[in-house]
Write a protein that binds this ligand. Structure first.
Ligand code: NAD
Ligand code: RBV
Length: 457
């Protein structure tokens, strides 16, 4: 991970994160372990949990715990109750006497999908209500299985310390968010004046979304499908929902593997891009009964419903690579009269309908690349996590300035270009230098930034 190694050699001596207490909520993989070690080498104290019940690589979590790089609360195949217990533990810091004390930390958050940020914000809202009406959150008040667990955690914590989340929100100098879905949540909170601390949008660094989301998924989607099923991809007909950065990566690798690729899109620009790449743009109802593999990559909800799976052919493979588990209607499958769930192996279930045909659902509708394989490889995560490291240093450096308000910011293009630069040598790539005359002619500084902010890559 050349970007992270050069962050270390550049900043290790200076320890720019000295005093920072970082809580991270991001897949506990070997790549994340190197991010944690990097933040530690820059001076931070760290508590960590995963942001997905299936994505932890237990050997990575164990190595981080054993080396005292961080306190880590994550293991592969958590229940939802365990998952939210882990998020709460990662956010709960202790004083020297061993008591939980929100004044101790965290003061920075690394988030992926926004669950750590959500727990803090929900916590503050419930504490404010509690002050007025002494009402505790009640899991029976929501049908959402995740929110039931959030309410359970918040009710317990409110009884222990009714100021916990307000203290944390006051102490946090900012969050750096990893993924598209988490960033959407942050912009919504900022628009509604609900965001309680500044947020750096790591996803929209070009060296993140145009690399990790695209090339990362290009690698790890087929890896997940093949490890889960051993299916021959060549010749299969597939439908990819969403042709954004993730959908593009998925479609490219499936096409390269010999699949016949269909795309479902709502956005005419993305749909036209797909068509110009030679892919078929269609609606799901056009190909439900002919496709062998279905991949959701929209970040939206209710993409493949149980009524759709009823119409699929026997042993169609259904999986999701967007962040959350709401693209595929798992609840609908569970409640379908007469359905039988046959577990083929961990993270691969065959749901058999009463007519005898079945569909193979991978990772229970959660991220297939992290649930059934090991997520993106190190080189591309080095780009993403160099942005994360730079973002954490930036937030900590500015903790006593008014540079960042409670809004969402992207890192400057110069830093984005630097992240790319750090990875070029590793690929034996030699960059061309502008002459003085050329720089003057196209009005670009010789050392960058090389593009205006509106350039789209
Ligand atoms: P994006 O916004 O670039 O792409 C999503 C696309 O889905 C858009 O083009 C949108 O028009 C389309 N879409 C929305 N609703 C749709 C619907 N009902 N039917 C068809 N298309 C629809 O976002 P992205 O960066 O590609 O990310 C997509 C999801 O993947 C997000 O949830 C993100 O957090 C997640 N993600 C996962 C990984 C991973 O490793 N698994 C990596 C990066 C991002
Ligand atoms: N992702 N992490 C890994 N190997 O640690 N693989 C993918 C890894 C991240 C990726 O950055 C994406 O935005 C996020 O997972 C979705 O949760």
């Amino acid at each position: 991970m050349p970007g992270l190694m050069s962050c270390r050699s550049e900043m290790e001596a200076e320890k720019p994160l000295k005093g920072a207490k970082i809580t991270g909520s991001l897949h506990m993989t070997i790549q994340t372990a190197v991010l944690i070690e990097t933040l530690k080498s820059l001076g931070a104290d760290i508590r960590w949990c995963s942001c997905n019940i299936f994505s932890t690589q237990d050997h990575a979590a164990a190595a981080i715990a054993q080396s005292n790089s961080a306190s880590v609360f994550a293991w592969k195949a958590e229940t939802l109750e365990e998952y939210w217990w882990c998020v709460n533990e990662a956010l709960t810091w202790y004083d020297e006497a061993g008591y939980p004390n929100p004044n101790e930390g965290p003061n920075l958050i690394v988030d992926d999908g926004g669950d750590a940020t959500l727990l803090i914000h929900e916590g503050v809202e419930w504490e404010n209500n509690y002050e007025v009406n002494k009402k505790l959150p009640n899991p029976d008040d929501t049908d959402n299985l995740e929110m039931k667990e959030v309410y359970r955690v918040l009710a317990k914590e409110l009884e222990k310390n009714p100021k916990k989340w307000q203290t944390i929100a006051n102490n946090v100098y900012g969050v750096s968010e990893e993924t598209t879905t988490g960033v959407h949540r942050l912009y919504t909170m900022a628009e509604n004046n609900k965001l309680l601390f500044p947020a750096l949008n790591v996803n929209d660094s070009v060296t993140k979304s145009k690399f990790d989301n695209l090339y990362g998924c290009k690698h790890s989607l087929p890896d997940g499908i093949m490890r889960a099923t051993d299916v021959m991809l060549a010749g299969k007909e597939v439908l990819v929902f969403g042709y954004g950065d993730v959908g593009k990566g998925c479609a490219f690798s499936l096409k390269a593997a010999g699949c016949r690729v269909n795309i479902a899109e709502i956005d005419p620009i993305c749909a036209l891009q797909a068509a110009m790449e030679g892919l078929t743009v269609c609606r799901k109802e056009d190909v439900l009964s002919t496709c062998d593999i279905f991949v959701t990559a929209t970040g939206n909800k209710d993409i493949i419903m149980v009524e759709d799976m009823v119409k699929m052919k026997n042993n169609a493979i259904v999986c999701n690579i967007g962040h959350f588990d709401n693209e595929i209607d798992i609840g609908g499958l569970e409640n379908f009269p007469g359905i039988i769930k046959e577990n083929i192996k961990p993270q691969n279930d065959r749901w058999i309908f009463p007519d005898g045909h079945g569909v193979l659902v991978l990772a229970e509708g959660r991220l297939v690349n992290l649930g059934c394989a090991t997520g993106h490889p190190s080189f591309v995560m080095s780009c993403s996590f160099t942005n994360q490291t730079v973002a954490q240093v930036e937030l900590w450096k500015n903790k006593n300035t008014d540079k960042y308000r409670n809004e969402v910011y992207v890192l400057p293009k110069k830093l984005d270009e630097k992240v790319a630069h750090l990875h070029l040598n590793h690929l034996n790539a030699r960059l061309t230098r502008l002459t003085d005359e050329q720089a003057l002619y196209i009005k670009v500084p010789k050392d960058g930034p090389f593009k205006p902010n509106h350039y789209r890559y």
